[in-house]
Design a protein around this ligand. Structure first.
Ligand code: CO
Length: 466
């Protein structure tokens, strides 16, 4: 039987987020959705991540309405979202009742696949979301934050995948957010994982940032990966995903079935070309995000983390400390038990390394976030942390030991949803409004007040006309 590799199209979410800070309004792509619906994608990643915040904060769009419209115009395609487990779309730990309600509403409004991850790969933080997803009959994809460190061996990743399978996830996704996975690593990882989890579909998500992605994906395909994430070619490359059409042609020549319709995927790209041009002209797409930057491979840290550090040091007129700060990163990371370098952990590690170097004494100043991390508030680190440092931080906080449960379980349970509902009062017309408010209170109030004012204006205008 011919090998089959399916595609998840990311132009509406990750490509949009990576290249243009998620500022693509729904109206810009509504017209092409019926065409995309015929492309034969495994799924379209179109919601979650930063799209929700961006809708409310910048685009004056109701994210739930966007989701319903996507559903309506993509009736035959699986809609996919990215969910940060117990953190939903941000970095706070929410109560279980909020997580449950969020997942229920997402599925009720049209979501088919929830890709669920935790920055630390602490799977206690993704269990609630998993359970509700399954109960509501949607597809739960267990997602691993990929990183490189002395403790992140193939064996460790295989164990994680077995755990996800045992928990009841339908598929597994390896999420290489920094684009640092090499072809060699992909080969041993994917072979190891496929051996361990049998028929369970395996997905690879990577970024072109360092230039590795096409080679890595080809090796992943050779090694048996089932689904790959790609973006229509004009929205591919740079900090985005590799190109849909390019990989389609490459795999087709190997006789690999993709299920994609060649004509349609090219039509999709033709549609998005002028859309992209519009945002290049307006300066929304930074040419820097379109390039290849291999620095992340040299320093083993994501590109975004490096540019953050450079910006901070430049602001403080201390670029002469850049090399020292770079050397300090692996030390801080080791002290923290090798967390994956994904937001917000990458910023925490980077900022602490810069502080250690600037102050001239290690951990004389420790950020609140790093302290909370040592108290166990982010979850279990991949490896033991620096015990001396942890003892000092716990003592200062009058804690005998770090949290040995989820943050959620250390607090009183439930009722956040009800509280938010009463706080919002008459502004809220639906549970979806309340959920937006819980996730982004200030932006949501502003958005809902705007919606109300707009309707009143329309009403007043109509009376005058009459
Ligand atoms: Co991504």
């Amino acid at each position: 039987m011919a090998q089959k590799v399916q595609f998840t199209e990311t132009v509406l979410r990750d490509a949009n987020q990576s290249l243009m800070a998620t500022r693509l309004p729904y109206a810009d792509y509504e017209e092409i959705l019926p065409t995309m619906d015929k492309a034969g994608y495994y799924s379209i990643e179109c919601w979650g991540g930063a799209t929700f915040d961006s809708c409310l904060r910048y685009l004056n769009e109701d994210p739930w309405e966007r989701l319903r419209n996507l559903r309506k115009n993509l009736p035959n395609t699986k809609l996919q979202m990215l969910l940060r487990g117990q953190n939903l779309l941000g970095y706070k730990h929410y109560h279980d009742d909020v997580v449950q309600k969020f997942v229920e509403l997402s599925i009720k409004n049209g979501m088919d696949i929830l890709r669920i991850f935790d920055a630390l790969n602490d799977f206690r933080n993704i269990r609630t979301a998993l359970e509700v997803t399954k109960k509501a009959g949607a597809i739960a994809s267990g997602c691993i934050s990929y990183t490189q460190s002395p403790v992140h061996t193939v064996k460790k990743y295989v164990q994680m995948c077995k755990e996800l399978q045992k928990m009841g996830f339908d598929t597994i996704c390896l999420k290489d957010m920094a684009g640092t996975m090499s072809p060699n690593e992909a080969e041993s990882l994917i072979k190891g994982i496929k051996d361990a989890v049998g028929n369970m579909p395996l997905i690879l998500h990577t970024h072109c940032t360092t230039g590795m992605a096409y080679m890595t994906i080809l090796k992943a395909v050779e090694s048996g990966v089932d689904v790959i994430d790609t973006a229509t070619s004009c929205f591919s490359g740079g900090t985005s995903q590799p190109a849909t059409e390019t990989l389609f042609y490459a795999l087709q020549q190997y006789g690999i079935k993709t299920g994609l319709d060649e004509k349609i995927i090219n039509q999709v790209n033709d549609f998005f070309k002028p859309v992209k041009q519009k945002y290049i002209d307006s300066g929304r797409i930074n040419p820097k995000s379109m390039g290849t930057d291999a620095m992340a491979l040299v320093y083993k840290v994501p590109g975004g983390m490096l540019s953050n550090m450079i910006a901070n040091l430049t602001d403080m007129n201390a670029m002469d400390k850049f090399d020292a700060a770079l050397e300090e990163i692996p030390n801080v990371r080791k002290d923290l038990g090798y967390p994956p370098l994904v937001t917000p952990l990458s910023q925490m590690v980077g900022n602490q390394a810069v502080t250690n170097v600037l102050v001239g004494e290690r951990y004389k100043n420790i950020s609140k976030e790093v302290k909370n991390y040592f108290k166990g508030e982010y979850g279990n680190p991949p490896a033991p942390v620096n015990a001396e440092l942890q003892a000092r931080i716990l003592k200062e906080a009058s804690m005998a030991k770090p949290l040995d449960c989820r943050v959620e379980d250390s607090r009183r349970t439930g009722e956040d949803f009800a509280k938010a509902k009463s706080a919002l009062g008459a502004l809220a017309r639906s549970e979806e409004d309340v959920m937006s408010y819980i996730c982004y209170p200030d932006q949501t109030v502003k958005f809902l007040e705007g919606r109300k004012a707009q309707e009143e204006n329309v009403a007043a205008y109509t009376i005058e006309e009459a």
